[in-house]
Design a protein around this ligand. Structure first.
Ligand code: 5GP
Length: 193
């Protein structure tokens, strides 16, 4: 059986990437979400093993030392996020394609390791002020974490050129359709190579 491909979604947080990932997963049944490990506290409505594998910072560091991660980042000070080798292998061995929702540095890292096997999609918000409004409306940020996320977002937008394609999330439905088309093209091209 052919090994599955890697579909990477990266974006500044608040660009609407997670909603696009969910939409794409609903429409393309050959795709499976790679559940990351993270050390931040669980938010209301999140489930361990579905949204993330929630680890203590100590357990996360232990896994780094064991070499369990394909990539990991301290996305925000004190908050670690990482992709487990075991998660990716489990999905690819079934011949299914792996979908990653990772920060920009993580996306570039995976792309670098799997150049031809991966499609890296960069989701950008229509503007930084729209991004600010979305983060405020989400209601999960303190003033301090909001400013931190916005500062990081500004920096991350400059890395979009390292991705295979850039999708601007104006209207969610359009962005999902555009991502779906890019993924279908990539997978059908990969089959003939
Ligand atoms: P949140 O705390 O809002 O769930 O996620 C914060 C950021 O961490 C998002 O940009 C998300 O894509 C990113 N992230 C989630 N999982 C991983 C991962 O495994 N690796 C990396 N590098 N970033 C991740």
């Amino acid at each position: 059986m052919q090994q599955g491909k890697l579909i990477i979604f990266s974006a500044p947080s608040g660009a609407g990437k997670t909603s696009i990932v969910k939409g794409v997963l609903q429409r393309l049944p050959g795709l499976v979400f790679s559940v990351s490990a993270c050390s931040r506290p669980m938010r209301p409505g999140e489930t361990d093993g579905i949204d993330y594998y929630f680890l203590t910072p100590d357990d996360f560091r232990k896994k780094i030392e064991e070499g369990a991660f394909l990539e990991w980042e301290e996305v925000y000070p004190g908050n670690y996020y990482g992709t487990l080798h075991s998660e990716v292998k489990r999905i690819r061995d079934q011949g299914r394609h792996v979908v990653f929702d990772v920060d920009v540095a993580g996306g570039m890292n995976i792309k670098e390791q799997f150049k031809k096997q991966s499609l890296a999609l960069f989701i950008q918000p229509p503007s930084l002020s729209v991004l600010r409004d979305r983060l405020v409306n989400r209601g999960t940020e303190t003033e301090e974490s909001l400013n931190r996320r916005l500062g990081k977002a500004e920096q991350e937008l400059s890395y979009s050129r390292y991705f295979d394609c850039v999708i601007t999330n104006n209207l969610l439905e359009d962005a999902i359709r555009e991502a779906e088309e890019k993924i279908k093209q990539f997978i059908s091209k990969a089959k003939t190579e």
